[in-house]
Ligand binder design. Structure first.
Ligand SMILES: [Mn+2]
Length: 314
């Protein structure tokens, strides 16, 4: 599997989320993936050209910077996928899902998207209450919303590439009224925190995979916002919301998706070390992000061993 990481923060207003990739690396992610038998290539941090003049377009902030960073990211993800590898994006803020999912789809065709998040991130530029693009990425990617998206500078390269029927949300608990309308209008499959409470995470994952593979099995893109996990465990993030997934529920989601054999790209976003009140809060957030990624790539809590292990004889 191959990393692209994008120390990019212009999809939202808080400083620090661009430091997410480096703290996840510093926690030993690449070494630990090697240890569990994964061949890993780290492409290092993508660098983005500085956009000097980036006045809001309507209410939408940093449009040009977000557009050009995602175009670059899309090309990087396309290269990883065309080489036949699994793509891992370390963010950065969730606006990066635009380039990550676009690039993934451009290389492999139709995708299933599993979006694990406290928020739906499906505001259009015209419904967004904040103008921050990290609350909007899904709206640019869905075929069904194409007619609702105005022309924006540095966004013209984006082609919608996901159908509403191929998208599943897990963990939602802070959805704007406009977003709730869109989710109902398009009939998007949503497992909110209420559904997780009602069904349990095992049934949620079973139903997620049944739903996504009912017609044809497509490669899965997992876009994991660390704010899906409860802020008692992952407080170092920009928009924490109480009442989230437990550590165990989060890890279960990754273990289950790994076992489908269809996981083709993963985003891990919104880890912001400057939002932790203490070093312990930062470490808890970062270690959870690492464990979620290890779960995506074969780590099982029952234990693992390599297939060629030979028990030593005296
Ligand atoms: Mn998000």
């Amino acid at each position: 599997l191959d990393f692209s990481s994008s120390p990019f923060s212009r999809g939202q207003p808080r400083v620090g989320v661009d430091r997410g990739p480096d703290v996840i690396r510093a926690a030993g992610l690449v070494h630990r993936l090697h240890e569990q038998g994964c061949a890993v290539k780290d492409y290092g941090n993508l660098t983005f050209e500085e956009v000097v003049v980036d006045e809001p377009v309507g209410a939408v902030k940093c449009v040009r910077a977000v557009g050009s960073a995602n175009q670059r990211l899309s090309e990087a993800v396309q290269n990883v996928k065309r080489d036949g590898h699994t793509s891992v994006l370390l963010g950065g803020d969730h606006s990066l899902a635009i380039g990550s999912i676009h690039g993934h789809s451009a290389a492999v065709g139709d995708l299933s998207v599993v979006w694990v998040d406290a928020h739906a991130d499906i505001n259009t530029p015209l419904t967004s209450p904040t103008g921050n693009i990290h609350g909007q990425p899904m709206s640019y990617l869905l075929h069904e919303l194409q007619s609702k998206i105005p022309v924006l500078p540095n966004f013209t390269w984006i082609k919608p590439c996901v159908s509403a029927k191929d998208l599943v949300y897990i963990g939602l608990r802070d959805v704007d009224p406009e977003e709730h309308y869109i989710l109902k209008l398009l009939g998007v499959k949503v497992f909110s925190m209420s559904a997780v409470d009602q069904l349990g995470v095992a049934r949620v994952m079973e139903e997620t995979c049944d739903y996504l593979s009912a017609r044809v099995k497509k490669p899965i893109h997992l876009s994991f916002d660390i704010d899906a996990i409860d802020p008692s465990i992952t407080p170092a993030t920009g928009t924490p919301v109480v009442g989230g997934l437990t550590y165990r529920e989060g890890v279960y989601i990754t273990e289950h998706l790994c076992q489908t054999g269809l996981l083709s790209a993963v985003d891990m976003v919104e880890v912001n070390p400057l939002r932790g009140q203490t070093e312990q809060e930062v470490q808890s957030t970062v270690h959870t992000a690492v464990d979620l990624l290890l779960g995506c790539f074969g780590r099982r809590r029952e234990g693992n061993h390599s297939s060629d292990y030979i028990l030593p004889e005296p």
